[in-house]
Ligand binder design. Sequence first.
Ligand code: SF4
Length: 259
Amino acid sequence: MAENSKIEWTDHTFNGWEGCTKVSSGCLNCYAETRNKRWNRGEPINWGKGAPRRRLSLATWKKPLAWNRAAKELGIRKRVFCASISDVFDTEVPDQWRDDLFELICACKSLDWLILTKRPSYAMDYLCGTSGMGMSNFHEGGPWDHVRIGTSAEDQTRWSERVPIVCEFPKNFVSVEPLLEPIDIGACWPDWIIVGGEGGPGSREMSPDWVRLLRDQCVCADIPFFFKQWGVRNKKAAGRTLDGKLWSEFPGERIREVN
Ligand code: SF4
């Protein structure tokens, strides 16, 4: 699946900048902050309120244009996840950087963009506020219909706070990683749910029953379900199988792999 990304549910990963501020318990062991520390001699210089964010090079910003050309030539749409070492809607990032990102996204219509944020309220303000693109443009046939807006929801509180906001977008998704407790999805059903455990030092354990609960709700509600990984604390249940099956469903293409 992934061509330029280690993430199982995307072909490419794009980051226009690096840095963020922790906003909820899902951020506790943020691997991007750990990476930032490692690269900066033990100091996470781009993390936290007031810390400068680091814009990535022009060469990095040009990569999606090449992916777009290749996808167009092949006639096969590719997925791009944005972003893995920052949050697109981090309010400490100048809006000009976001404007540049959305200009790039607009120029790359052979790519399906998966924009993930823990700040869906600001996503709504930026994209659909008075100077934004407007919700109608995200509908099928609109200039932004190759964009899917997603949020992370690691527990019931964040599900209740964040998911109803992204569900207002015609194309949406939810990443439940790391899954920290049982979640009742309620009446607000996104287009796609991705679930995973936590990796890296200090990882918290994810009960298989919490994963089953989400899978069963997805099956009942006919929501595509993607089980990404168990995380490092579930050694007996390593890999990506859940009760003997691989769950690799995507919105719009109901691929269910069975071992
Ligand atoms: S929002 Fe994402 S990138 Fe930002 S601190 Fe939290 S986990 Fe890390």
